[in-house]
Design a protein around this ligand. Structure first.
Ligand SMILES: [Ca+2]
Length: 492
């Protein structure tokens, strides 16, 4: 109905009035916050080069291509970290991972952090999480999140959740708010279908919604259907399955976009798609579009990922090279809703992209910082500082002139080098303070945060082992000679 009215007004040369009417219909007056629906859609281990719109040599992604053509395509979009849990923490908090208790995969997001999901729930949104969580401290292949898990999605503001701890594959067992459910079929289709059911119910209830859809594809172990891997018959078996998973994911993107249109909410739903880290090595053809490094690295191949914001009511189709990152998601959504600054915990590392949604911006004022294990990086527009933190060793690259980071220009550009190095060290000190809990009102990290451990070593999961021995994804973990008696150990 909205579309028809707008098409009519546009045809009559009254498009602007049509937009105003739309805003009024949604109850938003000029100067007031709009309350779009928000969908955050994230793949697991999809590299920067792995989309049709970047002309991948064998992979076709018609649904992502259509989304890119209808939204803001972010050609320099960065995951907050080069591996999964840390990036997820950066999405929900707007902060670099190390600040939040998540230095690596399988670490728990601290309960003292402030999250996007909690802020939107408080603002009256229906909130749902679908798929991989990986913020409750558990390592190992994805298992259903337990009802009483202190760090389940519920602890961070999600009303509805259908969630597993980590990556998951064909025919998964998942947890619906603690109730285990078995599913058949591909994970992308399952979680998008479930998210659409949640979205439909929210629409019916007249509530705006936040749907966080975090897929397990195309993470290992790769299991694609015969039909989906057929186009890749000339590749080795694991590359076939890996690329086949991306075909299934892309199909689910099409289902999601059509579902939003069918429910009449596509126009005023902001869908933000990205991957959680750079592409994998050992997959052919190349996953990172020729960039340097892979998942785990702070070179571009480990951090740069596909990114698109589609929001037809507010964002005209465009391609930008403005550097942006997953830490920008929360500040952007908070800005759109005009939430008070206090919904975010300082220091915030991201910025609001609201100005960028309206028009091109030449320069990002606030550099994008990264810290992962010993390594760090600072992206300041075309320049990038790469750091080995304990060794205090630094490199400088010009990403426009040298996108593959092949020439260290620290000696040639001493002024830029000095400036970025000092900015990075200053930032790094604030991260050390965050790690120690200085950002929290208590000034310290509260007791009781779980240490990172494997679910196989977790007493709460032992009652399920007998049953799970028959499951493909867990059998290898539960063989008798396995280390079931080993104590939880912190991975470093
Ligand atoms: Ca990942």
């Amino acid at each position: 109905m909205t579309v028809n009215r707008r098409s009519f007004l546009k045809a009559a040369g009254l498009g602007a009035i049509g937009l105003t009417l739309d805003r009024m219909a949604r109850g938003a007056k000029d100067g007031e916050a709009s309350r779009p629906n928000v969908v955050l859609l994230m793949t697991d281990d999809q590299g920067w080069g792995q989309t049709g719109y970047y002309h991948h040599p064998v992979l076709k992604t018609p649904a992502l291509d259509a989304m890119a053509a209808n939204g803001l395509r972010l050609d320099r979009f960065y995951a907050g970290a080069p591996v999964c849990s840390p990036t997820r923490a950066s999405v929900l908090t707007g902060r670099a991972n190390d600040r939040t208790g998540v230095p690596s995969h399988g670490h728990a997001l601290r309960l003292q952090e402030k999250t996007l999901s909690a802020a939107l729930k408080a603002a009256g949104y229906a909130t749902g999480h679908f798929g991989k969580w990986h913020l409750n401290g558990l390592r190992g292949p994805g298992v259903p999140v337990l009802k009483d898990d202190s760090h389940s999605p519920a602890a961070f503001g999600f009303d509805e959740w259908l969630t597993v701890t980590n990556f998951f594959d064909m025919n998964p067992v998942m947890s619906r708010k603690g109730q285990f459910e078995e599913f058949s079929g591909d994970t992308s289709a399952i979680i998008v279908g479930e998210a659409l059911t949640f979205i439909g119910a929210s629409v019916k209830a007249g509530k705006p919604f936040l749907a966080v859809i975090w897929d397990g594809s195309p993470h290992s172990p790769w299991v694609a259907s015969d039909a989906d891997r057929k186009p890749f018959a000339s590749l080795d078996a694991r590359s076939q399955h890996h690329y086949g998973e991306l075909v299934a994911f892309d199909r689910a993107v099409g289902v999601l976009r059509k579902g939003l249109r069918d429910l009449g909410v596509a126009d005023d739903t902001l869908v933000w798609y990205c991957s959680d880290n750079g592409g994998l090595s050992g997959i052919k053809p190349d996953t990172v579009g020729g960039l340097r490094g892979n998942k785990g690295s702070v070179y571009e191949g480990g951090l740069r990922v596909p990114g698109i914001i589609e929001w037809p009511a507010r964002v005209k189709p465009r391609i930008t090279r403005y550097p942006a990152c997953t830490m920008d998601i929360f500040p952007t959504v908070a800005d759109i809703l005009k939430l008070p600054k206090t919904v975010l915990l300082e220091p915030v590392d991201g910025v609001s992209l609201v100005p960028l949604l309206a028009k091109e911006i030449a320069k990002r004022e606030k550099p994008i910082p990264f810290r992962f294990h010993r390594k760090g990086a600072l992206v300041d527009n075309n320049h990038k500082l790469v750091a080995d933190i304990p060794r205090e060793s630094f490199q400088l690259y010009d990403l426009e002139a040298d996108p593959k980071e092949s020439r260290d220009i620290a000696a040639a550009e001493p002024e830029v080098f000095r400036k970025l190095k000092s900015a990075f060290l200053e930032w790094n000190a604030t991260v050390d303070a965050s790690v120690a809990g200085k950002d929290y009102p208590e000034g310290t990290v509260r007791e009781g945060e779980p240490t990172s451990h494997f679910w196989r070593d977790d007493e709460r999961y032992k009652p399920f082992f007998e049953q799970w021995k028959a499951r493909r994804e867990y059998a290898g973990q539960l063989k008798p000679k396995d280390r079931t008696r080993k104590k939880p150990r912190r991975r470093k």
